[in-house]
Design a protein around this ligand. Structure first.
Ligand SMILES: [Ca+2]
Ligand SMILES: [Ca+2]
Length: 232
């Protein structure tokens, strides 16, 4: 609801602007072109794509499909589509958000197959809302793709670090990269900021950076370095 109000506020402000420009097509982002891969290893490809859930324009809210214009905002979810069990099945992987920062395959569990999916979504007028995940798949009993395990989920109480006293989580993000040659494969880096109750939203009091490596024994990510920095 809050997001809808923010979207509509932005749109109404844009509509009230004195120069009425002709809307351009939306700049394509990750997953505007679907990602096609055999994620569950059953020999047939699945399709990772965006599904629009609502459109917002100066005329108000409307149902998808959303017009391809940069003055139309969308709510979206990430889903995996699989042709199986005599039809197409959709598996929703995310919450309803506004945009995709990245989405790509990687070999997160280091079994030699890049069949895991890493993605990050943002939401809100300033993009402070975040949801990031690394997901591993399997073939379900019905022959359709299913989630084997969510290997990493952000932000969660166990992935945002210990909050400094008197603060709350403001925003953060995930990077997936070969950050350390000490560990094989790619590592994760999460960075988040914390605000005090009376902080303006713009100016966090603390920032934390944490690096994570995959632990094959436990089948999950474990932090190997974390640093909390006081700002100003
Ligand atoms: Ca497959
Ligand atoms: Ca793998």
């Amino acid at each position: 609801m809050l997001r809808r109000l923010l979207c509509l506020t932005v749109l109404l402000a844009a509509a009230a602007a004195p120069t009425a420009a002709v809307a351009a097509p939306r700049t394509p982002g990750p997953l505007d072109r679907p990602l096609v891969a055999d994620l569950d290893g059953d020999g047939t490809n699945e399709t990772v794509r965006l599904r629009e859930t609502a459109c917002y324009s100066s005329g108000g809210e409307s149902a998808p499909p959303c017009p391809n214009r940069d003055d139309v905002f969308r709510s979206i979810v990430v889903e995996v589509a699989d042709t199986c069990a005599g039809g197409e099945r959709m598996l929703t992987l995310s919450r309803e958000m506004d945009s995709v920062t990245f989405a790509r395959r990687l070999d997160a569990d280091r079994d030699g197959k890049a069949r895991e999916l890493a993605f990050e979504l943002r939401a809100g007028a300033s993009g402070r809302g975040v949801q990031s995940k690394i997901v591993a798949f399997r073939t379900g009993a019905d022959g359709c793709v299913a989630v084997r395990r969510t290997l990493f989920s952000y932000p969660q109480p166990q992935t945002i670090g210990k909050r400094p006293r008197g603060t709350s989580f403001s925003t953060g993000g995930l990077d997936v990269k070969n950050f350390s040659s000490r560990y094989s494969g790619q590592e994760l880096r999460t960075m988040e900021s914390y605000v005090r109750g009376n902080d303006p939203g713009c100016c966090p009091s603390y920032e934390r950076t944490t690096y994570w490596r995959f632990e094959p024994k436990g089948g999950s990510y474990t932090p190997y370095r974390t640093r909390l920095r006081k700002l100003r």
